[in-house]
Design a protein around this ligand. Structure first.
Ligand SMILES: Nc1ncnc2c1ncn2[C@@H]1O[C@H](COP(=O)(O)OP(=O)(O)OP(=O)(O)O)[C@@H](O)[C@H]1O
Ligand SMILES: [Mg+2]
Length: 362
């Protein structure tokens, strides 16, 4: 029998609870387990990507609960861990966040009452329909006896769906995060790829998934701007289906590994790749016009669609900005049970799962 020493560590360091980061995307569920490798470093211990059938998750909504729960169960068995604690994320668009200021030194109970009454004022639905959470950020910049509090509210069913599928899969949801925060947490990992950790520079972290492209502009630990665009790799799959009359599965397989017909590159792939660069340029334009900033120093690309041949080069060429692939495992040790070559291919699509897995160190 193999003894998992990583789980013993948490007994000696009670701040670290074992936890798996679980990203539920529209094409697959992904699990990542990070462990403490000592001296503040972490090691990627295990990960699994388990495909989902089409339409089981749409726009971050879990449509087919049982189907997704089954995928979670399979994913967890393949992971081969003893940890059942999981961190999940809510889609960013389904959560309303707001910063408020409250008097400092409120007792916990009074703070809760104040938060609820503030939330009541601006939420577009009744309080009993939402999950409300808050966190004191720190002293308010404009008053010494006030604190800034971040509110987050999400419709109950969004949270309940995630809790339900985790439990159906035999897992214990201990953290329900917001996807944008998970991406922001993973940003700490990917900037290690840049010289001087990208200090003082503006970085666009762009996750090109199947259906949605999520763009986060960061400077040091600060998030400057966030946007989501309805664009992703499924558009290429749809093109292939349409042109060659293929099923979604056959189109997906041609796209990812198959031997495409002769006219494919020129007539389908190249126009799609150009449209990726166009989407990125559009996101940059929104950033420039909506903020005082007028430059971006690096573009870091994440998500499964970065594996489409030519995407990185096309974005770099079109924008004239240094463009690289996200590697959330940069500077991390890798467990001997993981194949480094495969991890390098999968890494960009594990951004969200990694950000969630980091919650174990919080
Ligand atoms: N080897 C590959 N070559 C080309 N495309 C690929 C490859 N692997 C994955 N993709 C594409 O990446 C996309 C999936 O990306 P990702 O896994 O980041 O999405 P997701 O998180 O499931 O979806 P979303 O975030 O949009 O809900 C799909 O369109 C898929 O076809
Ligand atoms: Mg995704």
């Amino acid at each position: 029998m193999q003894i998992d020493i990583s789980s013993l560590k948490t007994i000696f360091n009670p701040r670290l609870r074992p936890l798996i980061g679980v990203d539920i995307g529209s094409t697959s569920v992904r699990m990542v387990e990070l462990v403490d490798a000592g001296k503040g470093a972490s090691r990627v211990e295990r990960y699994v990507i388990e495909p989902l059938p089409r339409q089981a998750v749409v726009d971050g909504n879990i449509v087919a609960l049982e189907v997704v729960a089954d995928a979670l169960k399979r994913c967890w068995s393949k992971l081969g861990t003893s940890t059942r604690n999981v961190a999940l994320a809510l889609p960013t668009a389904s959560v309303i966040t707001k910063k408020i200021t409250l008097p400092a030194n409120l007792r916990e109970q009074d703070l809760e009452i104040q938060v609820e009454s503030e939330a009541n004022q601006y939420l577009p639905f009744a309080l009993d329909e939402v999950n409300l959470d808050f966190q004191i950020i720190g002293p308010s910049p404009n008053g010494t006896d006030e604190v800034e509090v971040l509110l987050a509210a999400s419709r109950k069913e969004k949270v309940e769906d995630r809790v339900a599928i985790a439990e159906m899969a035999g897992l214990i949801p201990v953290v329900i995060d917001i996807e944008a925060y998970a991406i922001q947490a993973a940003y700490e990992l990917v900037v290690k790829q840049l010289p001087q950790g990208g200090q003082g520079q503006i970085i666009a972290l762009i996750d090109i998934g199947a259906a949605v492209t999520k763009v986060t502009f960061m400077k040091d630990e600060q998030q400057l701007y966030l946007r989501e665009q309805a664009f992703g790799g499924v558009q290429l799959t749809d093109d292939i289906m349409r042109v060659y009359g293929l099923s979604p599965e056959a189109a997906e397989s041609m796209k990812c590994s198959g031997t495409p017909p002769e006219n494919y590159a020129e007539e389908i792939l190249h126009p799609f790749v150009a449209s990726v660069a166009g989407e990125v340029a559009r996101a940059l334009q929104f950033f420039f016009t909506s903020t005082p900033h007028n430059e971006v120093h690096h573009i870091i690309l994440a998500g499964g669609s970065v594996l489409i041949p030519g995407v990185v080069e096309s974005v770099a060429q079109h924008t004239g900005i240094n463009t690289l692939l996200a590697d959330p495992f940069a500077g991390m040790a890798i467990s001997p049970r993981i194949r480094a070559k495969q991890l390098a291919i999968d890494a960009p699509s594990l951004l969200v799962a990694c950000g969630l897995a980091l919650r174990k160190f919080d």
